[in-house]
Design a protein around this ligand. Structure first.
Ligand code: AMP
Ligand code: ZN
Length: 477
């Protein structure tokens, strides 16, 4: 059996996985800031955690997973400045911040379900854990890691010797690169706010330091220790969480408990679009709902987002989505065909060579994922299995069952065979779209237009995509 290994952002090395408690895994993921619809970049990070969690369950671990919901304290600048993202959205949409949060939590849940994400055991919200945050801030003040200035509380980074280790920084380097500090209250430029006083802030709570609101980083320290304890196995997020968010979380949690906090830090590299990070601020984003509305299948979106290694940037393209659809089709077609071929066959025995190729595929799939979630290699093993299965001219019922069981086991990790979310485009419309594509390839524009009119009359729209591709939508979608 292969050892399970992961790249740890903290040590910058691939390490053998040893759980804190035998047979169990505790995993914390930084969840969405609920001020807008999450985009596919966000879901690339969330799905890395989903894949990790499903794989660890496949390996027999009992996994506890917590994903927080940020509904206060995340400022427009990921450091300590600017308006609160939720409050900014509330002002723009002329709503209460809690209404904004409720709306975008629904949006997140709907998209997560479309992507067949296994829900976390709990999704704690920052605004519902203010007391836990106040308690942790008080501990940090008592232990000399934090200081109070007026009604504000800051973390003194010089009191924590490992500050900068996760992101590979030293305080000297960070200070040299720091912008001119507007806030002269801080003792050191890298100190960060734990509690803030701002009369303009909409969401306010009483605290030992007066009315105010928590900094962004403290919520994850306070909520993870409440739900997972002071020491646990994994913490995940996107690469932009490494600094300052996770760096600050470590200083808070380890400063408060005096113990090592998280053993393995895993970060997904950015999903890119046209060479840039997909992000709300750049406006270059797609949501899951938008892609589904375009007629893309939900499981293909999931496949596309998980199928490249999480430590490499993923360049999102529509062609990539189409390729994902084709790949899933190959797997589901294999299941369908093998069952069909074995119909009426009562033989339950399985030939040795069939057992051998099934076991080989499962072992290779397992070994690839043990190697820091090498999903491309794992998928290669799946397609090898599909190829071998497709070669069987007359499988026994036992063989068909063994192959289907193996594919289902594999899919307990990949999660792509269920939840296709078919748009229910009728077969005759698909046929017309295909004829139109052929007409265009033959430069028969009149025929192409005529077919498009037929499709429109039937209540569907064909959308053209690069390389003569198309996407079919219901006209009212
Ligand atoms: P937010 O809702 O902004 O707090 O982000 C939620 C998660 O998505 C965080 O873990 C981010 O690091 C991650 N994230 C944001 N943009 C991208 C992207 N383009 N690619 C991958 N992960 C991202
Ligand atoms: Zn966090």
């Amino acid at each position: 059996m292969s050892e399970i290994k992961f790249y740890n952002t903290f040590s910058k090395q691939v390490e053998v996985f040893e759980p804190v408690e035998a047979g169990k895994v505790k995993l914390y993921s930084c969840g969405p800031t609920v001020y807008s619809h999450p985009h596919i970049g966000n879901f690339r990070s969330f799905l890395m955690a989903d894949l990790l969690k499903r794989f660890l369950a496949f390996k027999g671990f009992e996994v506890s997973h917590i994903m927080n919901i940020t509904d206060v304290g995340h400022l427009l600048d990921d450091a300590d400045e600017g308006a609160d993202k939720l409050e900014e959205a509330a002002r723009k949409e002329k709503k209460d911040p809690l209404e904004i949060a409720a709306f975008y939590i629904d949006s997140f849940n709907a998209a997560a379900e479309m992507l067949n994400m296994q829900p976390a055991d709990s999704f704690p919200r920052a605004t519902e854990h203010i007391q836990e945050m106040i308690d942790m801030i008080s501990t940090l003040v008592d232990k000399g890691h934090a200081y109070v200035v007026g009604h504000n509380v800051y973390y003194d980074v010089t009191t924590f010797k490992d500050y900068g280790k996760l992101s590979g920084n030293t305080l000297d380097d960070l200070n040299a690169g720091a912008r001119i500090e507007v806030n002269s209250e801080k003792k050191n430029p890298q100190d960060f706010a734990l509690w803030k006083h701002d009369p303009k802030h909409i969401q306010q709570w009483d605290s030992p330091w007066g009315r105010g609101f928590p900094g962004w980083h403290i919520e994850c320290s306070a909520m993870s220790s409440k739900y997972l304890g002071e020491q646990f196995d994994f913490h995940t997020g996107g690469e932009d969480n490494i600094f300052p968010h996770h760096e600050c979380e470590i200083a808070q949690s380890e400063g408060a408990s005096g113990k090592k906090w998280v053993n393995y830090w895993m970060h997904a590299r950015f999903l890119m679009f046209d060479g840039e990070k997909m992000s709300k601020s750049k406006g270059n984003l797609y949501t899951i709902q938008e892609l589904v509305e375009k007629g893309f299948k939900q499981n293909a979106i999931r496949y596309a987002l998980i199928s490249s290694h999480y430590r490499q940037n993923y360049n999102f393209t529509f062609d990539g989505l189409k390729a994902a659809e084709t790949a899933i089709e190959k797997i589901s077609q294999c299941v369908f065909t093998i069952k069909d071929k074995a119909k009426g066959n009562a033989e339950t025995s399985v030939r040795d060579e069939v057992t051998a190729f099934i076991n080989k595929a499962i072992a290779e799939f397992d070994a690839a994922l043990c190697d820091d979630l090498n999903v491309s290699k794992a998928l290669a093993a799946v397609f090898e299995l599909v190829k071998d299965a497709n070669k069987l001219a007359d499988p026994t019922a036992g063989e068909a069952e063994a192959i289907v069981t193996a594919i289902e086991k594999i899919d307990s990790v990949l999660g792509v065979l269920k939840g296709a979310g078919e748009e229910e485009i009728p077969a005759e419309i698909v046929e017309l779209a295909e004829q139109r594509k052929q007409a265009k390839l033959n430069k028969d524009w009149a025929a192409a237009d005529e077919i498009r009119d037929k499709v429109t009359a039937a209540g569907f729209v064909i959308e053209d995509m690069p390389k003569h591709e198309y996407r079919i939508k219901k006209a009212d979608a």
